[in-house]
Design a protein around this ligand. Structure first.
Ligand SMILES: *Cc1c(COP(=O)(O)O)cnc(C)c1O
Length: 381
């Protein structure tokens, strides 16, 4: 039987044609595709402003840099996230302070979040784990009471909504990723959304060296001024052209993810050795990045063995995430993380299987995945 990959970019004739058009136009950067992609992204999310950048990590760093974050500042980030959420803070010289997960959804534990606030805390950087919405209304109340910035890492949250509002619109900024296995791809790429127009204009300058005029705005060709420090964090027009086509397909992708997730969830409920991270809450609309199942009892210690056995059966899996970020060597050495710290995030990292629900798969594939899990677990009871 053919293998079912964990993730697969969904690219077709439309993306191929769009790329060729940009190549033939000769305008590879600063061109019209960037603006078109940003506008389409605003239309999908309801964001007032969107600025295309080189990656989600670049977007997070761009914001912290623009906000003047630096040594002596602390930012609260989930322990259970991609390294990028913490690295973006550390790159400025500020300190990432890690908050454990809660056991039902794997999202940041908001009681632990409140307890971790110190006089040095400047910002909270929530991440919607697997695209399941964090309770941002409560995060806002916590942040507003202490004038903290809220910086949403939305890399897995394209399509995530909370009471109708898209993820990324609850704080100062939301940053998205278009890396190949995410909900849509531009190969590499990211997007920053915000409500503040002056901030959006600032992002446009800082993503391009701090120049006051980009190529299309210069009255005399070649003349511009630089009034502040900046990066080259731009996206190319080739990437933006792919993004425009991907956004058109996004509603179909999300519907396929939702349908797959429902089938797989139902199938897994019949397997007593696994517990699934998910909650049905009114108004909470996930983007269904993948489905994470925790192994119970004595099987928990044999997780890697289970992953390898599934691989033998052609089932693509992954682990989200292989270690809580504070237990990655860099952070463990820098901050002296102990083995017992962040117990919930650690249990998810050590005992879970991340299973695919992407639009490259269908309901029959979900049944095959569940059957394979059952087969593998029964043998190991
Ligand atoms: C993938 C991912 C990132 C990194 O995105 P890039 O676009 O590769 O920088 C950041 N945060 C989370 C939660 C991710 O899953």
């Amino acid at each position: 039987m053919n293998a079912l990959p964990f993730g697969k970019p969904m690219l077709g004739e439309e993306e191929r044609r769009a790329v060729l058009e940009v190549l033939e136009s000769g305008v590879l950067a600063h061109g019209p595709k960037i603006r078109a992609f940003e506008q389409a992204f605003c239309a999908f999310t309801g964001a007032p402003h969107a600025v295309a950048v080189a990656s989600c990590t670049a977007g997070l760093h761009l914001y912290y840099f623009a906000a003047g974050l630096g040594p002596g500042d602390e930012v609260l980030v989930p322990a259970m996230t991609h390294t990028a959420t913490a690295h973006a803070v550390e790159l400025t010289g500020a300190r990432a302070v890690f908050v454990d997960a809660e056991p039902r959804t794997g999202n940041m534990d908001l009681d632990a979040l409140e307890a971790a606030i110190t006089p040095r805390t400047r910002a909270i950087s929530p991440m919607h784990y697997l695209g399941y919405p964090l309770d941002m209304e409560r995060v806002r109340r916590i942040a507003d009471a202490r004038s903290l910035m809220v910086v949403e890492d939305c890399a897995l949250a394209l399509g995530t909504r909370l009471h109708g509002t898209h993820a990324g619109l609850f704080g100062a900024v939301g940053c998205f990723s278009f890396y190949p296995v995410k909900h849509i791809t531009t190969a590499e790429g990211g997007m920053v959304i915000c409500r503040d127009e002056a901030l959006a204009r600032r992002f446009e300058r800082v993503r391009a060296f701090g120049m006051d005029k980009h190529v299309g705005e210069r009255t005399v060709p070649g003349l511009y001024d630089v009034q502040e420090l900046g990066f080259n964090y731009r996206m190319s027009d080739i990437e933006a052209a792919i993004g425009c086509e991907q956004l058109r397909k996004l509603p179909r992708f999300l519907e396929a993810r939702r349908a797959n997730h429902r089938v797989l969830l139902q199938e897994l409920k019949a397997i007593e050795e696994v517990a699934v991270l998910h909650e049905d809450r009114p108004g909470f609309e996930p983007s269904y990045y993948c489905l994470v199942a925790l192994l119970r009892g004595c099987l928990a210690a044999r997780r890697n063995d289970v992953l390898l056995a599934l691989k033998e059966l052609g089932i693509g899996t992954s682990v989200y995430y292989p270690h809580p970020v504070p237990k990655m060597s860099y952070y463990r050495q820098k901050y002296g993380t102990r083995d017992g710290d962040h117990p919930v995030a650690t249990r998810i990292a050590d005992t879970s299987l991340a299973l695919p629900v992407g639009p490259h798969l269908g309901p029959e594939d979900m049944r095959r995945i569940a059957a394979a899990i059952k087969e593998v677990l029964v043998k190991r009871r």
